[in-house]
Design a protein around this ligand. Structure first.
Ligand code: GTP
Length: 361
């Protein structure tokens, strides 16, 4: 099978990311920062680890953001090409639009999944079963909000069930994890002229036509970063070691944190690990940053301010004595002195929060 080794991947990166608003109003979901690196850099690192270096990005929304963040991704050891839809074609049409650039067996990734799964083992499973489409399946505690996938004991796919309402319909706890291996010859089945869904149309039709399709259920870290809670949690998982760091955050290690160049940390500022401090960040006297704080490039944390379990994008200014806890702050936000931003709050890029304001969900 050596000639048939899938050295190619298509990443679906054209969604609007509505669940991650307002963050995705300012930046495309595939390149929102994760520990100060664009999200897709982690997927590219995983693909590269498994010798998949020819990667096609199927884009439609905010393509310029993606290009600005990743370019041709040569610095990540892969070759990235972009195919851009005139109109969004959905998850099916997005892959179809990239079909001319791929052959053999191709990985297809939703561009919002953080995982450290063993893709080589997935490929071996696919080949050993004679599968033509293999879907990474993930067990979840409450599968009702997802599309469920039922398999036979052998792993062969039986049926898909979209977001079942009633408990009795739930015959499995495994969901479609958004990563697939597909025989590229099958992609011609997807209509090219209209939007379509790979989950709701392409896969069920393969099963209906008796084409061998299997579910692969590894034990690996897996998270869909597509809503603010999951986006924050993924970063804390990486910092606290629950997810394998496929990429190190920028900066040098300092007492269990990462501190990038060009900034300054006051001698009486408290940096509590594990945290990530971006380039040119200024931490003023007596502030406390961390644990589990991620501070974007060019941000400042004022005197006596406290930032805990919070994600700050670039150039955020935190005023003196302000307290930020379990929140996500978009780029260029200004937090006034002594303001409090609490658990679950997500601030749009450019927001200005007056002094002494309290924001909570
Ligand atoms: P929500 O609006 O929050 O559901 O996010 P989303 O728009 O990203 O949709 P969803 O999470 O269902 O999409 C799964 C994956 O498919 C993501 O990586 C999207 O970027 C991608 N995707 C969704 N729609 C399209 C599309 O029309 N074209 C392309 N190329 N990719 C898409």
């Amino acid at each position: 099978m050596a000639n048939d080794r899938p050295a190619q991947a298509v990443i679906l990166a054209g969604g609007q990311g509505t669940r991650l608003r307002p963050l995705t109003l300012a930046r495309a979901k595939p390149v929102v920062p994760l520990l100060n690196r664009p999200f897709l850099a982690y997927q590219l690192a995983l693909l590269r680890e498994h010798s998949v270096t020819d990667v096609i990005l199927a884009c439609s929304y905010r393509v310029d953001d993606v290009r600005a963040a990743l370019g041709d991704a040569g610095h990540l050891g892969v070759k990235l090409r972009y195919v851009v839809e005139q109109e969004p074609l959905g998850t099916g049409g997005g892959v179809r639009n990239a079909a001319d650039l791929v052959s053999g067996t191709v990985f297809v990734f939703n561009g919002d999944i953080l995982t450290d799964a063993d893709l080589t083992a997935m490929r071996q499973f696919h080949e050993a079963r004679g599968s033509r489409t293999t879907i990474f399946l993930q067990p979840v505690p409450d599968p009702r909000q997802y599309g469920l996938v039922e398999t036979e004991r052998s792993g062969r796919l039986l049926r898909f069930r979209e977001k079942p309402a009633a408990d009795e319909e739930i015959a499995t706890d495994t969901i479609n994890a958004g990563i697939y291996l597909i025989d590229a010859a099958l992609l011609g089945r997807i209509p090219s002229e209209r939007p379509s869904s790979i989950e709701r149309e392409f896969f069920p039709a393969l099963i209906a036509d008796g084409i061998p399709c299997f579910g692969w259920c590894p034990s690996a870290y897996w998270r869909d970063i597509g809503n603010p809670g999951a986006y924050s949690a993924a970063q804390i998982d990486l910092l606290e070691g629950r997810a394998r760091m496929l990429l190190q955050p920028p900066g040098e290690r300092r007492d269990g944190s990462w501190v990038a160049a060009g900034g300054s940390v006051a001698s009486d500022a408290r940096l509590v690990s594990p945290s990530v401090i971006g380039a040119r960040v200024v931490l003023h006297p007596r502030c406390q940053v961390g644990p589990a704080a991620v501070i974007g490039e060019g941000s400042t944390v004022g005197p006596d301010a406290r930032v805990e379990s919070a994600i700050l994008w670039e150039r955020v200014a935190v005023g003196a004595g302000a307290v930020l806890h379990e929140c996500v702050i978009g780029a260029d936000v200004k937090i006034g002195a002594h303001a409090r931003v609490g658990s679950g709050v997500v601030l749009e890029s450019g927001a200005v929060i007056p002094e002494r304001t309290t924001l909570a969900r």
